[in-house]
Design a protein around this ligand. Sequence first.
Ligand code: PMP
Length: 431
Amino acid sequence: MNNKKSLEIYNEATKYIPGGVNSPVRAFKSVGLDPVFIDRAEGSRIYDVDGNEYIDYICSWGPLMLGHSPKEIVEGIEEVVKRGTSYGVPTAIEVEMAKLIVEAYPAIDQVRMVNSGTEATMSALRVARAYTNRNKILKFEGCYHGHSDALLVKSGSGLITYGVPTSPGVPNDVVKDTLVCRYNDLDAVRTIFKEQGHEIAAIIVETVAGNMGVVPGTQEFLQLLRDITKEYGSVLIFDEVITGFRLNYSSSVGYFGIKPDMACFGKIIGAGLPVGAYGGTKEIMSMVSPVGPVYQAGTLSGNPLAMHMGKKNLEILRDRPEIYEELERKAIRLEEGLKANVEKLGLDYTVNRAGSLVCLFFTNGPINNYDDVTRCDVPKFNKYFEELLSRGVLLAPTQFEAMFLSNAHTDEDIDYTINASYEALKIAHNL
Ligand code: PMP
């Protein structure tokens, strides 16, 4: 694979940007490679600066459900730019966008736009803490909720732990109220609520954990979170940054039939532009300034370009439910193809799928939590990634992430991917 230009840019990049990238995983360090630099993308395809073409399963880490730059979404963006790129005073399209989200998501009455998933979760927690007048929060091992201090926490050993900062620069004091339980572990949740339930402001959870591969929360687990937060007067927050509008149009509420008190959205509502949002019941959102005392603000929040793209994207998803059926059908095609590959090769590996999120784990199943995920043979995955890349298939450069399907992926793309995956698996395992 020719990557001469990518390497040149990368060398230059490392002089001016830490690690040469603006988000760590892009450096491909986790798979032991140098990054490719992208020139352009269209539909299911992405092209690097050396002219290599890939079928893209990163899709900007989730949001591009209709593929790259779908005509019906990007059309008209020049007109929006000509009318101004940011005002810092309100616009009608922000209202239309908020209405779309609230109408789609049966558990929330009001929503506030922000600029990223990190901002959405950070703000939702602040509101939940103020609403309950409590400090403690509960998150789950292996779930990622952005890089704000209080959520940048790993767990220690054992079923229930107090948070330990994942990163230097996060003071111990800031994470002392962040409790961590094992994902899908009902007993751990019951125990921690028995001990400290009346001090817990909120549970924040990915209903399908998408930052340790694809690990769906079980129905019993998510129902327990709903019931126990109600019992103890804590706020249940679904982090829908990956699952929102992807599992189906009403997100996790439609998929699992469980309503949280608050929800956080990210990139997916901006169709590739920087955006996020958090919402909740009217009572909870009345805490937010200027109605209530909780301060939360943003100069670029509700940016006209992001609102324009996001609104068109959501309208398409709302008006064409067949998109979800198609996405699911394609994801099943991919899932079955990957399963057949590992079976044919005699590998005891696991494929998890939730809606259009698919992950091939390099270990046996079932995969229900972070401990299960850490059994994966990462060096073999890394070789597999490299082999796929050289065959024109771009996965997220880590074992612990989903393959994101878009409606622009064709059956031919998927069949090509399955065949390439077979070859890559063979090479990675010397078979
Ligand atoms: N929550 C979840 C579930 C995520 O997957 C991510 C990022 N992938 C975030 C929050 C943070 O979003 P952002 O990168 O936009 O800050």
